[in-house]
Design a protein around this ligand. Structure first.
Ligand code: MG
Length: 398
């Protein structure tokens, strides 16, 4: 695809409804001026070669836009806007001479996406003119002096957005032909007045226009990442950490070996169980599975299955981690506590931690193991048993 498209970014609006007391494009949202948000998305679109910023001259903004669009082949250009929107677009069109296509966008729509721009560009390459629009969701009525008037059927009503994309010569022609006194609301309407078809591309509700002070509040929430709407499927793909909890207990019997995550403790007694009875591995595995909402070790390694008889804790943990990897999860962090009166855990603490970290593929700093005595209370007291509890954090793999 050739680079033949100039972006005309309109930032001339006064922002009166916003109470901005100056150019809307220069209002800061999340540490960046509004115009820069749009410029970053638009300059990344396929085929864009030049950015023309229309508005009051502002060296700081121009520098910021240059940074946002440094991948472009041509220098960005700043031109002064006119009194009406159409005058500003005209100034942009003049600065876009020699370009095949132009994309006109209001800087007051900071959350335009590169994908939306590319959809509109693709449609305009076919139809010469294309605008994005979203179906009107609210019930529409005419207002009458005394109240609600007639219902306006909304089935074929669309709310038009920018970016709008045109063959440059077609938009120049539309501007030349338009009644000079007409303060056209957008460029798509001007091309329509020529009697030419304008393709309609599904827009994006996130690409809203910052008009009122409330819109600015919403824009700032979005900029901090707090407000994006996500579908359940998108939510699933997010990097939010998930937390799981696991608990396990085994009785202690004389003559059994005592293994924790593969580390043998020297004792006269050890845990009893279908597997090797390693409560640390089992609690951690359950915490990991719990975080993924993927059941528990009883489900994954049923004790009715002879394959798992005497299964060492590390093997069970590794299989659990592999199982979760296949589902797109990876462990981030684990904290575990062993509950028993003897033997003492403190001397083994660092060894257990290092071993567990190695099995999970985590740095030791992301793993913690500690011992806690029963103080003579409960069924685990006086060497009767060993318990373990663990919390684990998982994230989606990138
Ligand atoms: Mg167990």
């Amino acid at each position: 695809m050739s680079s033949d498209l100039a972006v005309i970014l309109l930032g001339a609006g006064g922002g009166n409804r916003l109470g901005a007391g100056g150019s809307k494009a220069l209002i800061r949202i999340g540490g960046k001026v509004m115009a820069r948000w749009a410029a970053e998305a638009l300059c990344a679109a396929e085929g864009v070669s030049r950015l023309i910023a229309v508005g009051p001259p502002d060296p700081a903004q121009t520098a910021s836009l240059k940074e946002a669009c440094e991948g472009l082949t041509e220098e960005i250009v700043a031109v002064r806007g006119g009194a009406r929107r159409r005058d500003s677009v005209w100034a942009g069109l003049m600065a876009a001479q020699g370009r095949e296509m132009v994309l006109v966008h209001d800087a007051a729509r900071p959350f335009v996406s590169t994908q939306l721009a590319e959809r509109v560009i693709a449609a305009a390459r076919v139809d010469d003119a294309a605008v994005p629009a979203i179906p009107v969701a609210d019930t529409l009525v005419r207002g009458e002096e005394r109240g609600v008037g007639d219902l306006v059927p909304r089935e074929d009503l669309w709310a038009v957005q920018t970016p709008q994309v045109f063959r440059r010569d077609l938009l120049v022609e539309a501007h030349r032909q338009a009644d000079p006194s007409w303060d056209a609301p957008d460029d798509g309407s001007m091309v329509r007045r020529l009697g030419r078809r304008v393709a309609l591309v599904p827009g994006d509700s996130e690409n809203f226009k910052v008009t009122w002070p409330k819109d600015l509040g919403r824009a700032r929430l979005i900029a901090t990442g707090l407000e994006w709407f996500r579908s359940p499927a998108e939510e699933e793909q997010m990097q939010y950490p998930r937390v799981g909890f696991g608990w396990d207990v085994h009785p202690l019997r004389e003559g059994r070996p005592f293994h924790l995550v593969g580390v043998e403790l020297t004792t006269e007694f050890g845990p009893l169980g279908h597997s090797d009875g390693d409560p640390l591995s089992h609690a951690v595995a359950d915490a990991l599975l719990g975080a993924a909402g993927a059941g528990d070790i009883g489900l994954l390694f049923p004790d009715t299955d002879p394959r798992y008889k005497g299964m060492p804790g590390p093997d069970l943990l590794r299989e659990t981690v592999d199982h979760l990897y296949r589902q797109g999860w990876r462990p981030l962090q684990v904290d575990a506590v062993l509950i028993l009166d003897r033997p003492k855990i403190a001397p083994h603490r660092e060894t257990l931690r290092a071993r567990l970290a190695e099995i999970l593929g985590l740095p030791a700093s992301a793993v913690s193991v500690k011992g806690k005595r029963t103080e003579g209370l409960g069924g685990l007291a006086d060497g009767a048993g060993v318990g373990a509890q663990a919390v684990a954090t998982l994230v989606r793999q990138r």
